[in-house]
Design a protein around this ligand. Structure first.
Ligand code: CTP
Ligand code: MG
Length: 225
């Protein structure tokens, strides 16, 4: 089943501390952004990628697409102040229908099998998000004092991709924008509509390159694959 990707790449990578957008950092001599784009470039089911970029990085990213022979980017839109605004810009630019996937440019290790399942489940149920089970004991605490131990069987660590019927995502995004609601992922926006969101079990190696130690892990993963 075909899908289109909305990919926010307009962050500033504060927590990585490189002093510039972390997506330009290299893993095995290739920028993180190029690794992530490659996954979709090589997936026959992916019909196109809408990238949200910072205006002053547009040129550099255009050159990167040429250098790494990425052909599926159909639009590059200006990102916004928050991740949600960048995704909203992608949603506005999309002209099709069917299933769309939102995926962080900072997650280069997503597996095609997970993408495929997300698309199938979203086609059937409207919304599907990637997640892994919490491995550690989880507690609620206030000011460093435990209030409760949470039932771990019900806890999931949520990642991207998140897949949706486009019309559902569009409605959720418009409602959030109208009401000035800012969520941490697109699922939250869809949850606010009262629409059920299904979790598709992903893998622990679908890490987001966020801090320096993630790069170390990323290099190891690349060498192992
Ligand atoms: N992103 C975006 N627009 C923003 C903020 C983030 O498109 N205004 C993108 C990032 O480029 C990244 C993804 O959203 O691909 C996930 O965000 P995150 O990992 O938080 O990246 P940054 O915001 O760049 O990093 P930090 O929060 O450490 O500054
Ligand atoms: Mg951020």
């Amino acid at each position: 089943m075909k899908y289109t990707v909305m990919m926010p790449a307009a962050g500033s990578g504060q927590r990585m501390g490189a002093g510039y957008n972390k997506l330009f950092l290299k893993l095995d001599d290739k920028p993180i952004l190029a690794h992530t784009l490659d996954v979709f470039e090589g997936d026959l089911a992916c019909e196109g990628i809408i990238l949200a970029v910072k205006p002053d990085e547009r040129q550099a990213i255009q050159s990167m697409l040429e250098q790494y022979a990425i052909t599926k980017v159909t639009a590059m839109v200006d990102g916004g102040g928050e991740r949600q605004n960048s995704v909203a810009a992608c949603i506005r630019a999309y002209k099709g229908s069917g299933i769309v996937l939102v995926h962080d440019a900072a997650r280069p290790f997503i597996r095609r099998a997970v993408i495929n399942e997300l698309v199938q489940v979203a086609a059937e149920h409207g919304a599907a998000i990637a997640g892994v089970r919490a491995k550690d004991t989880m507690k609620f605490a206030s000011a460093g004092v435990v209030e409760d131990t949470v039932d771990r069987d019900k806890l999931w660590i949520i990642q991207t991709p998140q897949a949706f019927r486009y019309t559902l995502l569009q409605e959720a995004s418009n409602k959030a924008e109208d009401e000035g609601f800012l969520g941490t992922d697109e699922s939250m926006l869809v949850e606010r509509l009262g629409h059920p969101v299904r979790i598709v079990e992903s893998t622990y190696d679908n890490v987001k390159m966020t801090t320096q130690e993630d790069l170390v892990f990323g290099e190891i993963l690349l060498n192992r694959r």
